[in-house]
Design a protein. Structure first.
Length: 221
């Protein structure tokens, strides 16, 4: 892919994985629409910030993002989230209050496990729950009748195992719809920290401690 004009190689390195993932899931998979509401779980992760910005800048949807601290909630709002709430609080109640009890149309989540049924409960009619990870567990007990009666969709996706041709189509979509926004700095992927390749363990320690906001980058020299 072409590096967006004005960005360094380091900045460009932070783009592909997160924007490929966000585009594949909320634009193609969930087909988020302008009149809809997106809930992003973990809004200050790289994928979370990419999803917030695509939803706002490309689609024009309403975005609710969760994060663990007031500092991170402020970051979510800075990058476009209309609402930022704490996942350490009663986030289900918060979402219901924000939506007037109507629920959200799309949820992007990497937790799974015990979150799945709670998130299904928050979906509006014809809502879509997209799972991109399973940090809270690989299994969940869910109400299948609820999925049927409310026409819900539960989707799991990954980009890594896709063909080169599929990834090329994502790249083309991003370059057509997002690259000019990156060049204009209307969309930005913040780099939280940069480590030398030999210090990769420090990068993983930062991720494991959930200290990152945006991307952690390894520099190969």
């Amino acid at each position: 892919m072409q590096i967006p004009a004005g960005l360094s190689m380091l900045e460009a390195a932070a783009l592909p994985e997160v924007f490929f993932t966000a585009w594949n899931n909320i634009i193609w998979g969930a087909q988020l629409q302008a009149e809809e509401i997106l809930l992003v779980q973990g809004g200050t992760s790289g994928v979370g910030l990419a999803a917030i910005q695509l939803a706002k800048q490309v689609v024009g949807a309403t975005v609710i993002a969760t994060s663990g601290t007031e500092e991170k909630q402020a970051v979510c709002r800075k990058y476009g989230a209309d609402y930022a709430i704490s996942y350490r609080g009663d986030w289900e109640k918060d979402v219901q209050q924000i939506t007037g009890g109507e629920g959200v149309n799309v949820i992007l989540d990497s937790q799974a496990g015990s979150y799945v049924q709670r998130e299904l409960n928050l979906l509006a009619i014809d809502g879509r729950l997209v799972l991109i990870g399973s940090h809270l567990g690989t299994s969940a007990e869910i109400n299948t009748r609820q999925i049927i009666h409310r026409r819900l969709k539960l989707m799991g996706t990954t980009v890594r195992s896709r063909s080169a041709e599929y990834k090329q189509k994502i790249a083309q979509g991003l370059m057509q719809s997002v690259w000019h926004l990156l060049q204009a700095r209307k969309v930005v992927m913040p780099i939280c920290a940069c480590f030398k390749l030999e210090d990769a363990i420090k990068a993983h320690e930062m991720l494991d401690a959930n200290l990152q906001i945006g991307k952690v980058v390894l520099e190969v020299t």
